[in-house]
Design a protein around this ligand. Structure first.
Ligand code: URP
Ligand code: ZN
Ligand code: ZN
Ligand code: ZN
Length: 489
């Protein structure tokens, strides 16, 4: 048989193994793994010699906001900066083959299915990665809750995100319980943004009353205790609904992580996500001259250096199930919808309460984490790909390299490329954003090839993005795989 693509001489890394295998691809699937070098002469349309390289399942980033209305900022008519086209272009250049982003229930919109239809129109034909949707639920009205069944069974959407903060999104505890109950009945995973919105609004008023408006006070308005309290409450609410699984997203605070760990030790199905901003940024990044600190305003805010270390430990010991980007960019210079929208003559360094929350990071997630070399290679694959596939009902089609079963979604790294120190600059990235919070940060490696269902989409040294948009397809997802919330110890 003639294969479509053969990758020879590489070292394959999965969540469980590091082994020298060749891989053969036919009709978008991995069809064969064979001892290293044995397929070097195989009949194939294309052969990639991965000598000295690592071949891994493509990155799966299940937390991105693309072309989303900024309903989390009071009064804003803005949208997040990246479209489905530019966001997935950036994703693939950073080694990702699948993303899951949000289909937001608009203000006053009762139907979740309508939100899904709107989002399909934005994404169809525009993507460079495969993609799915989570519904973002701001109004758990009876119709919307009833639609969970159709979402799951017909639309292939098996996750919902809810918020414990942001005036336009925040759910009361009784509403959270209704979501959890319906999610449980339909095997939908509930993602929870755990910050106490009432407390942070009160603190924001207090800070403003003291004349504290600058971006750095965003951090003071969201102290760790407010994340830990909401995390604890979400865990308690899940326990009331017969321990229905929840995923606590973008955890930044070690005391919240400790609370999660305690629940996991007690056998509760509590899953947690962290993000590069809690590993590579600190609260000092918000304290830059003028309004520059706004470039790192996200929620929860970046914490301290020692908190970063604790979050790394949580990734290594499986308190965290996934490392996602929470890519939610707003242009810095945009006076209407972007970060600058709150800067005016009266507030020359802006008002932090109106800075759109969120930063770009879909392209830098894997290069930053790979280069930091603080996780075993298998653990790196687990938290950046395989566990996301398992949590969100994509496994083993995605996040694995099982012949005959897995899509040929791969990322190839050549650690011996000796790229030296690459200094990240915004100009090298493929998003539609005018800054990166990681400007000047050094990484030692960058994905050389990203392969989606057997098609090379990203070829770092051979033209960059080498595929047309539209190569990415919508993926219908099933239920979460059976998985322990702590996969080791
Ligand atoms: O600051 C953040 N994280 N913005 C994105 C919206 C969200 O809550 O994930
Ligand atoms: Zn309503
Ligand atoms: Zn959130
Ligand atoms: Zn988010």
């Amino acid at each position: 048989m003639e294969y479509d693509l053969v990758i020879t001489n590489g070292v394959c890394v999965t969540a469980s193994d590091v082994a020298a295998w060749d891989i053969a691809i036919k009709d978008e699937k991995i069809v064969l793994q064979a001892p290293s070098g044995s397929l070097a002469e195989a009949k194939a349309k294309r052969i990639i010699d991965a000598q000295g390289g690592y071949v891994m399942p493509g990155g799966i980033d299940c937390h991105a906001h693309l072309d989303e209305p900024a309903i989390f900022i009071k009064g804003s008519n803005g949208r997040s900066a990246d479209s489905w086209e530019t966001g997935t272009r950036s994703a693939v250049a950073g080694g990702n083959t699948t993303i899951v982003a949000f289909a937001p229930q608009g203000k006053g919109q009762h139907s979740l299915l309508a939100a899904v239809e709107t989002t399909h129109k934005l994404a169809t034909g525009n993507c460079y990665t495969d993609y799915g949707f989570h519904v973002l639920m701001s109004d758990p009205n009876p119709q919307a809750l009833d639609e969970f069944k159709t979402l799951k069974e017909k639309e292939g959407i098996s996750s919902v995100k809810i918020y414990m903060t942001y005036t336009a999104l925040q759910l009361r505890d009784d509403q959270i319980l209704s979501v959890l109950l319906n999610a449980r009945q339909n095997e939908i995973l509930t993602m929870v943004h755990a910050e106490n919105g009432d407390v942070l609004n009160w603190l924001t008023d207090q800070l403003e009353a003291q004349g504290k408006f600058a971006p750095k006070y965003h951090s003071n308005s969201r102290p760790p205790v407010l994340e830990a309290e909401a995390t604890n409450r979400a865990i308690a609410l899940s326990s009331l609904i017969a321990n229905t699984p929840i995923l606590l997203v973008h955890i930044s605070d070690p005391s919240a992580a400790n609370r999660i760990r305690i629940a996991q030790n007690a056998g509760q199905p509590i899953f947690a996500e962290t993000c590069p901003q809690y590993l590579f940024l600190t609260r000092d990044d918000l304290d830059k001259p003028g309004f520059e600190g706004a470039k790192c305003v996200c929620s929860p805010p970046p914490r301290t250096k020692s908190d970063q270390d604790a979050i790394w430990t949580g990734l290594a010991n499986s308190t965290f199930t996934v490392l996602s980007s929470d890519h939610c960019p707003f242009k810095y210079e945009d006076k209407e919808a972007g970060k600058q929208c709150c800067v005016n003559d009266e507030y020359p360094v802006g008002r932090f309460r109106y800075i759109p929350n969120g930063i770009p990071g879909i392209e830098t997630r894997l290069p930053l984490a790979f280069s930091a070399a603080r996780l075993a290679l298998t653990k790196f694959v687990e938290v950046s790909s395989t566990n996301a596939a398992k949590l969100y009902g994509l496994y083993p089609r995605k996040g694995a390299m099982i012949p005959g079963v897995s899509d040929a979604d791969l990322v190839i790294w050549y650690p011996q490329d000796k790229l030296g120190d690459i200094s990240i600059t915004n100009s090298m990235l493929h998003h539609d954003v005018d800054y990166t919070p990681y400007e000047g940060k050094r990484v030692q490696n960058w994905p050389r090839y990203t392969i989606l269902r057997g098609n090379v989409v990203w070829d770092r040294d051979g033209g960059g993005i080498v595929s047309e948009k539209g190569v990415g397809q919508f993926v219908k997802r099933g239920s979460k795989a059976r998985m322990s919330s702590m996969q080791c110890e």
